[in-house]
Design a protein around this ligand. Structure first.
Ligand code: CP
Length: 329
């Protein structure tokens, strides 16, 4: 009996360290089999519905490729062309979830609303009514598949994660408004694997207090540590891992894009340059979930340099998602 069968993946907080270890073990096996061309049709004739309320390159294509490689099929669904997205009388989430549950074996959803937490509520509403597993493909709060790929990538580079200095840094991007899902997911996950996490951001950009509080609890429980600061240079000093990414303020949905832009523009020097990177350990790696705003969040010479592992992270999305879907579907 597979204990994962039928489980949702909405956040990694709901999966134990042992569960995550099982996913990473299977992901490594699937990665090796993919490399040498071994067939892994574990989901033969199974269907995964992917509802994208928001745009995507990596998530859509890695999930779609995952289903093909596992012998199943992924439906790309744009809710605007579904009854659920009918602007006049949108079909209830409960009805959409129940109907899709009669047709297939899993549902993935990506959704964010301007107001922090509203997208997460929608995903949980689908999960409540679906009788097949629901996988978060990113809400405004969590991006569990990205966090899994990031952890897998770190473990490939370092083997031992205990007391690695992991820096989650806010980065400047004038034109992008990124939700808080990646930094939130990663400051929660990395202390559970013994890392010493420093979260550095300008004063206005702290993550939700519940996330910060839980990150501290995770650190205390699992032997890592958690520090929050607004001093970028001090944070980068002696870092093993620097994950530089912009995220919006929690008030974005209330004050709107114009005010948000004014706040963002106060911090136009928050770019990971090669000078800044020199403060980290020589062996330090640079991470970003992509899409990256080149020369704003991270300088191009750093992104394209030997310390960048951003494409390894992107690749590992495929392998961890294949592992998760094989286990839950
Ligand atoms: N990292 C990530 O989720 O990329 P996409 O937005 O392209 O899916």
């Amino acid at each position: 009996m597979n204990p994962f069968n039928g489980r949702d993946l909405l956040s990694l907080q709901e999966w134990s360290v042992e569960d995550i270890e099982r996913v990473l073990e299977l992901a490594a096996d699937l990665k090796q089999k993919f490399r040498i061309g071994v067939t892994t049709d574990y989901l033969k004739n199974k269907t995964f519905f992917m509802l994208f309320y928001a745009s995507s390159t990596r998530t859509r294509n890695s999930f779609e490729a995952a289903l093909t490689q596992l012998g199943g099929h992924a439906h790309y669904l744009n809710p605007k062309t579904m009854r659920a997205g009918d602007p006049g009388a949108p079909e209830a989430i409960a009805d959409t979830a129940k109907v899709l549950s009669r047709y297939g074996h899993g549902i993935g959803i990506r959704i964010y609303f301007p107001q922090y937490g509203e997208g997460e509520k929608v995903i949980r509403e689908y999960a409540k009514h679906a009788s097949i597993p629901v996988v978060s493909m990113e809400s405004d709060v969590y991006h569990p598949c990205q966090a899994l790929a990031d952890l897998m990538t770190i473990r490939e580079k370092f083997k031992e994660t205990k007391h690695l200095k992991y820096v989650q840094a806010w980065g400047y991007s004038p034109d992008a408004l990124r939700v808080c899902a990646v930094p939130s997911s990663n400051i929660l996950l990395m202390p559970r694997f013994g890392m010493d996490v420093t979260y550095v951001r300008p004063p206005e950009f702290t993550l939700h207090p519940d996330i910060i509080q839980q990150a501290k609890v995770n650190a205390e429980t699992h032997g890592g540590s958690f520090t929050e600061t607004d001093n970028l240079e001090e944070a980068i000093e002696d870092a093993d891992i620097i994950y530089m990414r912009q995220h919006c303020t929690l008030d974005y949905g209330k004050h709107g894009p114009e005010k948000e832009q004014q706040i963002i523009d106060k911090y136009s020097d928050w770019t990971l340059t090669s000078d800044l990177l020199r403060l980290a350990k020589k062996s330090a790696v640079v991470m970003h979930c992509l899409p990256v705003d080149r020369d704003h969040e991270i300088a191009s010479d750093v992104l394209d340099g030997p310390q960048s592992i951003v494409y390894d992270e992107a690749e590992n999305r495929l392998h961890v998602q294949k592992a998760v879907l094989s286990l839950v579907m």
